[in-house]
Design a protein around this ligand. Sequence first.
Ligand code: SF4
Length: 286
Amino acid sequence: MDSKDFDVKEKIQWCPGCGNFGLIAALKGAMADLELKQHETVVVSGIGCSSKLPHYVDTYGFESIHGRGLPVASAIKLSNHNLDVVSVGGDGDGYGIGVQHFIHIMRRNYNLTYIVHNNQIYGLTTGQASPTTMLGAKTKTTPWGVVEEPFKPLTVAINGGATFVARGYVGDPVHLKELFKQAIEHKGFAFVDVFQPCVTFNKINTYPWFQKRVYKLENNDVTDKWAALKNAAEDEETNFEKVPIGVFYKVEKPTYESTLPQIKDKPMVEQDIENVDISEAYNELE
Ligand code: SF4
């Protein structure tokens, strides 16, 4: 397969130069390399610039509501866990309004991939501070600078139960594609935070800003949780002089679908629901 197999005719509406272009190219490349079948793949999103992505990939898709991509993605997985499910969204969508879903879905270890386009700003609504906007950044909602500590997605994911935690950068699309391939192939909840410059509204975290700071993790023990947490903290510890990307953490654990008695042997969609006898449950309620 070729990444062009996932192209659609619809015109992409992102600003010229937006980091979302690099991300979608890497995702389509990963899907092609893994030979995912369009009719067995679902891309789900919330709301935001990045959440338009399901419209631009030729698979099944579902654009939900703000912060609710993950609940929809997990429901799809519960209904038919034979499908490949990728949930996407932005930092405002996933780390703001949707953060409670992120936390609880991680600890269940569904076998799905969650990609966050982290541009450290609300882009679609024209430049308000998001949960990952840097301290001191002046935005429309913080004219004197952000005074809140930024949300730390990798630290939260490593501690929260995600069994695959990675970070990529759209300025290195080859590396990003490989991260996506590993995430999709991982059996469990795979989380990839992606630095995706918003060229229109974030004038701090630009391509040159990342080019100077980003470096690839190599030879790190991805099964060592403490090493992963230390690597995740390096950006803040170095005052953002060094910003690592790569796989931070990866462990094998049973997935939710493989342990839930009702579906572990057969996806729900393949079960005979016509002849289920629920009279015993009714009788208990009488
Ligand atoms: Fe991309 Fe920012 Fe434009 Fe949204 S506003 S499409 S994130 S550059």
